[in-house]
Design a protein around this ligand. Structure first.
Ligand code: HEM
Length: 528
């Protein structure tokens, strides 16, 4: 194991490499600053000291605004060449999936969401599951979470949901009263809450958790035909979670148990694996469904849309430097390759702007030149020049005077492939700000509760009661109302724990922002 305690003993003093500064100057005294006389004062021309301290002063870059703490590993993806039994080329022309046995290098970053860079990995929190495939057509990032749905369905609400979950701007404590204040006014969060406050909300470690793309993407085949897709990573080691009590025990002595577990397994040669399953739907609105396939607060029922295997990921190596390969690795939902595309999922569009925007701020405008971010298996030839920390120029045989296009003087030319830029169904509509029509915020949340084992239901109710009990009475009542709309038993049990009866909430009108479906209206009538 390559932890510091198991390093081979140091060779003799004389055979060890000599220290230099970044200019290549030898450092012959690294203990004493340069001073006038042994007792000072210090001189300002002491370049060696100034360089050492000023680099140290800048050792940290801003931590990620979300997902600050994470663990990175490297490995490969091996394709089956099929979607279930069918040739995958029927659905996507993406080369990484095309042939059975084809391997693609990858990096993965697992993370927690809300805590800072040194926070506990046993927190109740979604986990990030971000994979960067270094394909021959350039990089593809699949930036997912361990829970299959999300709190909101429109990116414009992301800063609000995150502010509610992050520490209070004055007390700097995560406050359940603030979280449930926001959630009680955000009915689309119910499905996520039922997941997050169940044992699924604290995965046992990174090796035994699922990963979901969450948002809906598209696959495009050689004829330009498109399908809607959802991605699911299933760990071969099974799915394991912690109860609140287990988590409290772990974080009493160790904040980074999940990173440690992953690192040690890989160092020991116990390489973790996940199978990638994909659900497909024809690329249309699917009026027969009671939800919208572009709504990330919904799952696609597996009986109707069977997830089928497309390949397996194996992790075989740890990082060689935390800062270079973990702090600076940069994923984004806009990073797609030919044969994979966006859908009109309103979260996905917003995410696609946000990731590279924050990375230009967090890492710098040339973040894509860094080894962990640049395409390892594809050519890069751009006309981009300059910017802070520009490292190299990707000339690739181009006339170095020509950093523009078009040119007949030896500059870069446009690629010949892909030639087709027209695909998918025609869409029409007036410019508007409107919610999607089929919101149904409760049915799937209720079904999720009904599918739980008894101990999971008990754990969920206990967690909800404990935390919602810290919110103001109006928020508590509204949460009970929402849970009654999801499932009678869930609503009654949470209400009982909070001392709120059905009669106390039966007269609450729907939220102003809500338009209830027929099914939801029937449920509301039953409440009365
Ligand atoms: C990280 C924005 C929703 C998964 C981030 C970061 C931002 C962000 C700004 C920090 C990136 C960085 O500093 O490199 C958003 C916005 C969302 C959204 C605006 C909604 C509109 C989601 C959803 C998922 C997700 C739905 C799961 C499917 C992740 C993951 C990371 C991340 C895994 C960490 C990536 C890493 O390890 O570097 N997000 N996010 N996000 N987000 Fe989102």
């Amino acid at each position: 194991m390559s932890d510091v305690a198991s390093q081979p003993p140091e060779p003799s003093e004389r055979s060890r490499p000599e220290l230099t500064n970044r200019q290549g100057h030898p450092v012959s005294d690294n203990q004493n600053s340069r001073t006038i006389g042994a007792r000072g004062p210090a001189t300002l021309e002491n370049y060696q000291f100034l360089e050492k301290i000023s680099h140290f002063d800048r050792e940290r870059i801003p931590e990620r605004v979300v997902h600050a703490r994470g663990a990175v590993a490297f490995g490969h993806f091996e394709a089956t060449g099929k979607w279930g039994d069918e040739p995958i080329a029927r659905y996507t022309r993406a080369k990484l999936f095309a042939e059975a046995g084809k391997k693609t290098d990858l990096a993965i970053r697992f993370s927690t969401v809300i805590g800072g860079r040194d926070s506990s990995e046993a927190a109740r929190d979604p986990r990030g599951f971000a994979v960067k495939f270094y394909t021959e057509d350039g990089n593809w990032d699949l930036v997912g979470n361990n829970l299959a749905v999300f709190f909101i369905r429109d990116a414009i609400k992301f800063p609000d949901v995150i502010h509610s979950l992050k520490p209070d701007p004055i007390t700097f404590r995560q406050e359940p009263a603030r979280i449930f204040d926001f959630m009680s006014q955000t009915p689309e969060s119910m499905h996520m809450l039922v997941n997050l406050f169940s044992p699924r909300g604290i995965p046992a470690n990174y090796r035994t958790m699922q990963g979901f793309g969450v948002n809906t993407y598209k696959w495009v085949n050689a004829d330009g035909d498109t399908h809607l897709v959802k991605y699911h990573w299933i760990p071969r080691a099974g799915v394991k979670s912690l109860t609140e009590a287990d988590a409290a025990n772990i974080q009493a002595t160790e904040l980074g148990h999940a990173s440690k577990d992953l690192y040690e397994a890989i160092e020991a040669g116990d390489f973790p694996q996940w199978d990638l399953y994909v659900q497909l739907m024809s690329d249309d609105e699917h009026p027969e469904l009671d939800f919208d396939p572009l709504d990330d607060t919904k799952v696609w029922p597996e009986n109707d849309f069977e997830p089928k295997l497309v390949g397996t990921m194996t992790l075989t190596a740890n990082v060689s430097d935390h800062h270079n390969e973990n702090e600076q690795i940069s994923f984004g939902t806009g990073v797609l390759v030919d044969g994979l595309d966006f859908s009109d999922d309103k979260m996905l569009v917003g995410r696609t702007f946000s990731y590279s925007d924050t990375q230009r701020y967090r890492v710098g405008p040339n973040y894509l030149q860094l080894p962990v971010n640049r395409p390892k298996n594809a050519r890069v030839a751009t006309n981009q020049r300059g910017g802070q920390m520009s490292y190299g120029v990707d000339l690739d045989g181009q006339n170095p005077h020509v950093n523009y296009e078009p040119s007949i003087m030896g500059g870069l030319r446009e690629a010949e492939y892909p030639t087709r830029d027209e695909q998918g169904p025609v869409i029409e509509g007036r410019l508007t700000r409107a919610r999607i029509p089929r919101t149904d915020d409760y049915t799937q949340a209720g079904q999720r509760y009904q599918l739980m084992e008894q101990w999971e239901k008990d754990d969920l109710v206990r967690n909800l009661v404990e935390l919602i009990g810290q919110a103001v009475p109006e928020v508590q009542q509204r949460m009970v109302w929402h849970f009654l709309m999801c499932d009678d038993e869930l609503g009654l049990r949470v209400g009982e724990g909070l001392g709120i009866a059905v009669e106390d909430v039966a007269d609450l009108p729907p939220l102003q922002s809500q338009t209830l479906s027929e099914a939801e209206l029937r449920r509301l009538e039953r409440l009365g």
